[in-house]
Design a protein around this ligand. Structure first.
Ligand code: SF4
Length: 471
């Protein structure tokens, strides 16, 4: 006689009819992995052409347009279209870029299937790598003018791809160890994916039911090493679809874009995510987009040059470095003074913005009750819409300036920027309000915390206002 064991917690959430289309879309991905691989290798080809060919072409002159010069075209595609769309896409549909289109992830996984298959070393699992790598590549990209020249683009993106292949070859078997632990943009993608209204939802009761029924489904290979059974958010998931339908408990589903930040992100304190949001995206990245048009930078440079001349030390004003250290092209040369001031400006923006934002967040966390570090990190998560929108606006600034240099003026840009910034700030405020509700029922405390988080947003908002409307 067989006994049917019914779990104490019967499945409470069942796929409703309106979600059927998403479930089917997830299942479609699961069944079409060969098609996805074809897409990935096509992207590898496109990526390689855009990355490598411009290096062998002469640098474009003033008469070159993006439709008549391949280097200009590649520049525009990479920085003006590709990156802004990847960021926007991640916030809209999760990390589908990583799982379906990313050439680096595909190469890393391919290498991992044929490599040494070693165990992942402990040092690699340090959670600070994505934040540190993001900061270093952002700074180095500015020093070498990565948005303007093909050689540093090849060096930075190509170097990252080589590293991804090497890590894949050495560690894991059919995994994406690089993407999981080291990719310089995985931290940013992980943050933005928390806003996505789509995710692969795991229903623990259905999973449990499947286990109790004795079913042994074929194992799935989750390349970015997500613990699927306990997955509650979209931050680490690459949306590859391989686990769709697994044990009848995983499906692509809609959710509120606020859900993960309000109800999931506070469960575990993630200090490195706080640093990435507050110092990386709202400080360092903003400084990187600003310095070249900042009158403060010009004033600091004039002041430093005058002092150096006064003391008879003129070599920092004349000495240059190879292009792979500091920008060095005919008619566009950074001196050591330029380079030092650029690094100082971007770091100062990161420290100043980070310190003031962090202080306001800490006060807001304290307003909600006795000090809890986890609460501070949870409140920091509510800044993700503003932090993400800032980077998107910064990148779209490149799109606009590239088009403008080719005579294409987009008249609606300023109102659109204002709308994006306002909506992102408002969204962060709404998230903050909902997060405060988890920690306090007292309206006064919550209002005070909201006010302080509003203050925390001010440096970033002011930075973008200065960049787009005042300077
Ligand atoms: S949890 Fe893993 S296998 Fe499932 S969709 Fe996400 S990345 Fe793919």
């Amino acid at each position: 006689m067989t006994t049917t064991i019914v779990p104490r917690h019967a499945p409470s959430v069942r796929p409703d009819q309106s979600d059927d289309v998403w479930r089917k879309a997830g299942d479609w991905l699961q069944r079409h992995q060969a098609t996805i691989r074809m897409v990935q290798w096509t992207m590898v080809l496109v990526y390689a052409v855009l990355l490598i060919v411009p290096v062998f072409l002469p640098l474009p002159d003033n008469a070159a347009y993006l439709w008549s010069n391949f280097t200009r075209f590649a520049q525009f595609v990479f920085w003006g279209v590709w990156w802004p769309l990847v960021l926007l896409g991640t916030a809209l549909v999760g990390r589908i870029w990583c799982g379906i289109f990313c050439p680096e992830g595909a190469i890393s996984e391919f290498a991992s299937g044929r490599g040494r298959g070693r165990a992942i070393p402990r040092w690699m699992t340090w959670p600070g790598w994505p934040t540190a790598a993001f900061a270093c590549t952002t700074l180095y990209g500015q020093m070498t003018s990565v948005y303007q020249y093909p050689a540093p683009t090849l060096l930075i993106l190509g170097g990252s791809t080589l590293a991804a292949a090497l890590i894949g070859f050495l560690y894991g078997r059919n995994k994406r160890v690089w993407c999981r632990y080291l990719c310089p943009v995985s931290g940013v993608f992980g943050l933005l994916a928390k806003l996505a209204p789509l995710h692969f939802r795991v229903e623990p009761p259905l999973w449990q039911l499947s286990q109790l029924s004795g079913t042994k489904p074929k194992a799935i290979n989750c390349a970015p090493l997500v613990p699927i059974r306990t997955m509650r958010g979209a931050s680490d998931c690459h949306m590859c679809g391989r686990c769709s339908g697994f044990r009848g408990a995983v499906r692509l589903a809609r959710r509120s874009p606020n859900h993960e930040i309000v109800h999931v992100a506070g469960a575990v304190a993630k200090p490195w995510e706080t640093i990435l949001i507050v110092t990386g995206l709202m400080g360092l990245a903003a400084g990187a987009f600003q310095w070249s048009v900042s009158p403060w930078f010009v004033q600091a440079k004039t002041w430093a040059a005058e002092r150096l001349i006064e003391y008879g030390v003129t070599w920092p004003l004349e000495a240059t470095a190879p292009w792979w250290i500091l920008t060095n092209y005919p008619g566009d040369v950074m001196t050591l003074l330029d380079g030092a001031l650029l690094v100082a400006y971007v770091l100062a923006a990161a420290i100043a913005s980070g310190a003031s934002t962090f202080s306001s967040l800490a006060l807001a966390a304290r307003c909600l009750g006795p000090w809890r570090t986890r609460r501070l990190h949870h409140l920091a998560q509510s800044l993700i819409p503003l932090a993400g929108a800032g980077v998107l606006l910064g990148l779209s600034g490149l799109t606009v300036s590239q088009l403008r240099s080719d005579g294409i003026v987009l008249p609606f840009v300023d109102p659109l920027r204002a709308a994006v910034l306002t909506m992102a700030t408002f969204w962060s405020g709404v998230l903050c309000w909902q997060v405060t509700g988890i920690y306090s029922r007292q309206p006064v405390r919550r209002m005070l915390a909201l006010f302080l988080v509003g203050l925390a947003m001010m440096p970033a908002v002011a930075g973008w206002v200065l960049l787009f409307w005042i300077w």
